[in-house]
Ligand binder design. Structure first.
Ligand SMILES: *Cc1c(COP(=O)(O)O)cnc(C)c1O
Length: 230
């Protein structure tokens, strides 16, 4: 298995300063990650806590680790000391735990709220109403309760449907972009939007047309994923 260096350079050029590239390194080896690291790449995304912790221990400390999976509250403490950005936050309970563990680690932890934009039932994420409730709740309560001093909600994350229908994908990404714009004007110590994380190998070009400024790309860089069988 070889890292597709040419493709990496091409995507980096294409994104230029417009969007951050998170290289999704789940199931990839430390050696594969190092190939991109040596080209100057620092943003890597993982979606399993155990795998992330192992890689964090083995790899250079200046890597910015993005957690892009579904984070369970009881695992937050394991990554709180070093995580750079948590992409998939979709409950008040999880936010509260991230805040608490941030305080213990003497850090402010950056998060993105995950919004459900796909047709598929199985994908995680908040509905528009839940998102509204969460953001409004936090931007109103924080000062009295002195909670949420150790989180920074920096934007939204979404995964579009796994389909080829460009019109549908356009609509899903645009919907998320509209929600992003709606909250981007809030100026609150714990809510300061600057990141819209959308787009993967198959749909990042479409996402970029709809305001994405952070793409999460795995298979285009590393080849198709082969999960261990059995
Ligand atoms: C695996 C994964 C990606 C990358 O998928 P590719 O199709 O390999 O680019 C992006 N985002 C999330 C949340 C993922 O789990």
């Amino acid at each position: 298995m070889a890292v597709r260096i040419e493709k990496y350079l091409e995507i980096r050029e294409e994104l230029n300063q417009r969007a951050t590239l998170v290289a999704v390194s789940k199931v990839r080896s430390v050696a594969e990650i190092m190939e991109l690291y040596e080209l100057g790449h620092r943003d890597f995304g993982e979606n399993y806590v155990q795998e992330l912790i192992e890689k964090h221990m083995m790899l250079p400390q200046d890597i910015r680790w993005h957690f892009i999976g579904h984070l369970q509250s009881n695992k937050v403490k394991l990554i709180a000391p070093f995580i750079y950005l948590v992409h998939g936050v979709d409950s008040f309970k999880l936010l509260t735990e991230i805040d608490k563990q941030g305080r213990r680690s003497h850090r402010t932890i950056s998060c993105l709220l995950q919004v459900h934009i796909a047709q598929e039932e199985t994908k995680f994420g908040l509905s528009e109403a839940e998102l509204d409730e969460l953001i409004m709740g936090i931007s109103q309560t924080r000062d009295e309760t002195h909670e949420f001093r150790n989180i920074s909600i920096e934007g939204l994350m979404g995964m579009a449907s796994n389909i080829d229908d460009v019109e549908k994908l356009d609509a899903e990404f645009e919907y998320l972009n509209t929600l992003y714009d709606k909250y981007a004007t809030i100026k609150h110590p714990a809510v300061r939007f600057k990141t819209l994380s959308t787009g993967m190998s198959g749909d990042y070009k479409i996402a970029l047309r709809h305001g994405s400024n952070m793409v999460r790309i795995g298979s285009l860089l590393f080849g198709a994923r082969q999960y261990p069988s059995g």
